[in-house]
Design a protein around this ligand. Structure first.
Ligand SMILES: Cc1cc2nc3c(=O)[nH]c(=O)nc-3n(C[C@H](O)[C@H](O)[C@H](O)COP(=O)(O)OP(=O)(O)OC[C@H]3O[C@@H](n4cnc5c(N)ncnc54)[C@H](O)[C@@H]3O)c2cc1C
Length: 349
């Protein structure tokens, strides 16, 4: 393997509901920094049907080049056709680094590519850097239960690949005047050669706010005592129009579904306001919420580690404090429009 043949930082541009997924835009932001440091090109790979025009979004967010595979066979994500397209692109154009969002699609595709090329894959990376001279990707992620950060290197193979969790990297402010080069590619693949068929797409219908999209999250921990006690978390969330988050111990106790788990083995969140109530503040929880703009902790133990990671801390019993908060919020909230949930306004509440 001649490393000199491999050039450029690439991002797999996941398409969701006709748009480039936010995590891919975040990766373009991270990729731009790596490409500038390595003095190389930042490229995106777009696969789908009727998606060529999305290349302009990728340029606005930092890409120099976009490889496009636009054909009806790519109308819905399926491992085989997407894998063949991306393999084709990698074999022809040889990227030095290839990044994917750590979404179900990104994880599926990345592992298929890693098996076929073959090369390594660092999963769930939270920090990315590159050695300017060697081009060695430094992909760091929490390891050993979150107690250390491990930096993983892929010294012998190319491309160097990593999946990165949504909301960990920052997208650049879009610049609609930026342009780039579109390279259209094709593969020969017949529908009858693809083993998976999409028969129906069933959309999840939920009125609840999703934690990865919420501006405010009210998260509860084992300190809520029981599933019944945890209802207080739902009540506060309802009063604020917030999403409900939880620690892993709460999920394991069966008080709430895994989709609500915040942390290393759950979802990474960056809301404007994060309430951590009856949560001790284990490192595995902290890594999932530490980038929230404002963190408010309620815990009856003044020495709870959560108080090291919050902006405001209330030492006391959640069962005394939360009902008072709900009462106050219900009284004040009519004066505060649901759309205006800035830190300043929350302080008044
Ligand atoms: C590999 C690995 C991955 C993990 N991934 C995750 C993850 O993704 N997310 C995650 O959350 N955890 C994760 N964990 C688990 C993590 O280590 C902790 O065990 C967990 O976060 C603790 O949950 P907790 O804070 O709800 O419970 P506890 O640690 O039991 O804390 C309960 C807190 O509630 C307080 N309290 C009790 N009663 C009240 C009251 N009436 N009012 C106010 N406060 C009260 C207590 O003082 C205490 O601080 C992981 C662990 C491992 C090993």
């Amino acid at each position: 393997m001649n490393f000199a043949d491999y050039r450029g930082i690439w991002v797999y541009l996941e398409v969701k509901d006709g748009h480039i997924a936010p995590v891919s835009l975040e990766l373009l932001g991270a990729g731009r920094k790596l490409a500038d440091k390595r003095k190389t090109e930042l490229a995106g790979v777009l696969i789908g049907s009727g998606i060529k025009q999305l290349a302009s979004t990728a340029f606005a967010y930092g890409a120099d080049v976009v490889y496009v595979y636009d054909a009806p066979i790519f109308a819905h994500y399926r491992t085989e056709p997407y894998m063949h397209a991306l393999l084709d692109c990698c074999r022809k154009h040889k990227p030095e680094v290839l990044l994917y969002g750590a979404t179900p699609t990104g994880k599926d595709l990345a592992s298929a590519i890693a098996t076929d090329l073959p090369t390594g894959l660092t999963a769930d990376t939270t920090v990315l850097d590159i050695e300017e001279d060697t081009g060695l990707l430094l992909a760091s992620r929490p390891a050993f239960g979150g107690n250390i950060m491990a930096t993983i290197l892929c010294k012998k193979y190319r491309p160097q690949m990593a999946t990165v969790r949504p909301k960990v990297m920052k997208a650049l402010p879009p610049d609609p005047t930026r342009t780039g080069k579109i390279i259209e590619e094709q593969i020969t693949l017949r529908e009858e050669d693809v083993r998976t068929k999409v028969l129906e797409i069933v959309r999840e219908t939920t009125k609840k706010v999703r934690i990865d999209e919420a501006d405010i999250i009210v998260a509860g921990g084992k300190g809520m005592g029981s599933k019944e006690g945890f209802q207080l978390i739902h009540q506060l969330a309802d009063a604020l129009g917030a999403a409900v988050g939880a620690s892993r111990d709460v999920v394991e106790a069966g008080w709430i579904d895994h989709h609500h788990q915040v942390g290393q083995t759950g979802v990474t969140v960056t809301p404007k306001i994060y309430f951590a109530i009856g949560i001790s503040g284990a490192i595995q929880h902290i890594v999932g919420m530490q980038n929230s703009e404002l963190i408010i902790a309620i815990n009856k133990d003044p020495n709870a580690p959560i108080f090291q990671s919050c902006h405001y801390g209330i030492v006391g019993d959640a069962f005394e404090i939360v009902p008072l908060l709900i009462e106050q919020i219900k009284r004040e909230l009519p004066n505060i429009k649901a759309s205006s949930t800035s830190k300043e306004e929350m302080r008044h509440v």
